[in-house]
Design a protein around this ligand. Structure first.
Ligand SMILES: [Zn+2]
Length: 201
């Protein structure tokens, strides 16, 4: 009998992989690619997900973290997200860091820094200030992939306008993985590819 395949990295990484998938969905919709998930630690269940939807929602408030926190609050039936962690591909901005404090999230795990807008360690250190809540912070999980996903940014439309125009006009949705972007291959987990025809993963 063959030995069982061992997962060569800690299980928490799958939460960041899900956040990366959500970031790719944002890119496919022409948004700045940021994804977030909220995890209820006692059960290990993902209780909230979100990706940046500022353009679609026409709202500056529709950041990935805000949407994930909102969904998690509905899932748990309350605003206190105790014993929960948020995994987000990009360092949270001041608005989202504030929401994390208000939600009483235990842990913040982010992938890559945002030197111009990050409120955890880049522009300011909000969680070091004397607020009445202080989440644990971990940075750098899947950092290369979290940084690479931002290169889909400017939004897909700005990177590959012809393909985006085809999607706009209700064009093909082939669902095939036609290309593999070199940026999306991380070790040890092969990363996903984005179809240039339909902008689906
Ligand atoms: Zn934000």
């Amino acid at each position: 009998m063959l030995p069982a395949i061992q997962t060569p990295y800690e299980p928490e990484v799958r939460y960041m992989e899900r956040a990366l998938e959500l970031a790719e969905l944002a890119a496919a919709e022409g948004e700045v690619p940021v994804g977030a998930v909220v995890v209820h630690k006692p059960t290990g269940a993902i209780i909230g997900e979100g990706y940046n939807r500022r353009e679609a929602a026409k709202s500056p408030l529709s950041h990935a973290e805000i949407l994930a926190i909102r969904q998690a609050s509905r899932t748990l039936g309350g605003w206190r997200l105790l014993q929960s962690a948020i995994y987000v591909t990009l360092e949270p901005c001041p608005m989202c860091a504030g929401a994390i404090l208000h939600a009483r999230l235990d842990q913040v795990i982010f992938g890559t820094r945002d030197p111009k807008g990050g409120a955890v360690c880049s522009v300011e250190q909000m969680f070091e200030l004397p607020y009445n809540w202080k989440p644990q912070v971990m940075e750098g999980m899947l950092q290369p992939a979290c940084a690479a996903v931002l290169h889909l940014c400017g939004g897909a439309a700005r990177l590959f306008p012809a393909a985006a125009a085809k999607k706009e006009s209700g064009g093909l949705r082939c669902g095939k993985k036609v290309i593999t972007c070199g940026n999306f291959r991380i070790s040890p987990s092969p990363w996903r590819s984005v179809c240039r025809t339909c902008w689906r993963i």
